[in-house]
Design a protein around this ligand. Structure first.
Ligand code: PLP
Length: 426
């Protein structure tokens, strides 16, 4: 079942999110909307941090970079993993301290590197070329950048190929065979100071073995780097822990992940006599299940399949189209009614691939119903677009039984924003 006490509950056949009636929210704020439960963000963060009491938890901002959500995490004490100048700006604005931010990125611009230097955050360097550029920019501005090097550990987790990031063929990181050279260079270059090592093997991973392999491989490198005379303060393992999008299949929890990797980490640390601090960068686990996408039914069409046409598509939630991802769906105003048949939930976008859910058992669906797409809090709004001339949806935060608009609905003015028409066409 999809219910989670205090978070997602069914009362009088209706879905409640954090104690607030989902159907009422659509009545008040319109459709489609993303609805996020503040308490669930806090719970997820605390649970993850509790599983790794001696590690620093850096939230991966790309999963969901809404300022209010970052603010909640800042108040919880989270750090941030940022992947662009924009994400860095938002994280700082939210109040995440600069010494708990790591600026990642496989292709940072010179402007982003300068911005990072100016703010004093640490950087994860993704290539030897970037290392040299960063060092020279740092020298120019009289600064020393504290860095980690992003390593490609050549580990293949079982996940969708588009979200496996540590394969030997991946664009991310420095191949682990060149890592010693990279640290040797970093140690000798003025303007950079290597203090950590970083990797990230992928996302939505539900088998713990690759994480264990990664710890072993990274600790071998920590030892080799130490032999160069470089003392590493931290080992950042990235993230990638999956969440249960399918409600009938259990997936490992942060506790399971901790049980799998912490003993190995300790064993390796003790064996080599080096004890770098662990950093973890969960994104999906922290915000994924906190948010429901509510979308109204425009029509039901009996064709080859029975299609439910809704007002949200891959413009708002691209995961099904991009990764063949599964999201649990239900009818928010008929949440516990018995199924009446198979329905395919189709978005309004002019693409055959714009299907949010295929062949789901649902109660009789009709025009005006509200479909709830669960687990839309990570890589939902943050990957949204205005494709097909569709303004983006509003984001609503529920907190202690109250609802707050944390991002307004866009309008057609937002489609026009920044556009200019040359004089001869006016
Ligand atoms: C995407 C990403 C994360 C977060 O991954 P999740 O699977 O959402 O937890 C962490 N670190 C880096 C470097 C990433 O690119």
């Amino acid at each position: 079942m999809f219910e989670i006490e205090g978070h997602l509950e069914v009362r009088d056949h209706r879905l409640f999110i954090g104690g607030v009636d989902a159907v009422d929210l659509v009545g008040e704020h319109g459709s489609p909307i993303f609805v996020t439960n503040e308490e669930r963000i806090r719970e997820n963060y605390r649970r993850y941090q509790r599983a790794f009491p001696d590690a620093d938890v850096y939230y991966a901002v790309k999963a969901n970079g809404n300022l209010t959500i970052l603010r909640i995490l800042a108040k919880e004490g989270a750090g941030a993993d940022v992947f662009s100048g924009g994400e860095l700006y938002m994280a700082l604005l939210a109040g995440i301290p600069r010494d708990r931010i790591l600026f990642n990125g496989n292709s940072k611009t010179e402007r982003e590197l300068r911005y990072a230097l100016q703010t004093g955050v640490r950087l994860s360097v993704d290539s030897l070329d970037e290392l040299k550029t960063l060092a020279s920019l740092a020298r120019e501005s009289g600064k020393v950048a504290e860095i980690a090097i992003r390593v490609n550990p050549a580990i293949s987790p079982e996940t969708h190929p588009k979200i496996a990031t540590g394969l030997s063929t991946s664009k991310f990181g420095i191949p682990y065979t060149q890592v010693i050279e990279a640290y040797d260079m970093a140690e000798r270059l003025e303007g950079v100071k290597p203090i950590g090592i970083h990797c990230h093997i992928g996302s939505q991973i539900t088998d713990l073995t690759p994480f264990v392999e990664t710890v072993k491989r990274m600790m071998e490198m920590v030892e080799q780097i130490d032999r160069l005379g470089v003392k590493l303060e931290f080992l950042d393992l990235g993230s990638g822990l999956g969440i249960p999008y399918r409600k009938d299949e259990p997936v490992p929890t942060p506790e399971d992940l901790a049980d799998a990797i912490l003993p190995v980490f300790k064993e390796c640390s003790d064996a080599i006599g080096l004890h770098p601090r662990l950093i973890l960068e969960p994104g999906r686990y922290i915000t994924g299940d906190t948010t429901v996408l509510l979308t109204k039914v425009n029509l039901v069409k009996e064709a080859n399949k029975r299609f439910v046409g809704v007002d949200a598509g891959f413009n708002l939630l691209i995961r099904p189209a991009m990764y063949d991802a599964y999201h649990y769906v239900l009818v928010a105003n008929k949440a516990d009614l018995p199924p009446s048949g198979l329905y395919t939930i189709a978005g309004p976008i002019c693409e055959s691939g714009d299907i949010l859910a295929h062949d789901r058992e649902l109660p009789a669906v009709e025009r005006g119903d509200v479909i709830a797409v669960l687990d839309a809090g990570a890589y939902g709004f943050s990957m949204s677009s205005q494709y097909n001339g569709r303004p983006r949806a509003a984001e609503i935060l529920v907190s202690k039984g109250r609802a707050y608009v944390i991002r307004e609905h866009e309008t057609v003015n937002d489609l026009l924003a920044k556009q200019r028409v040359p004089p001869h066409l006016l």
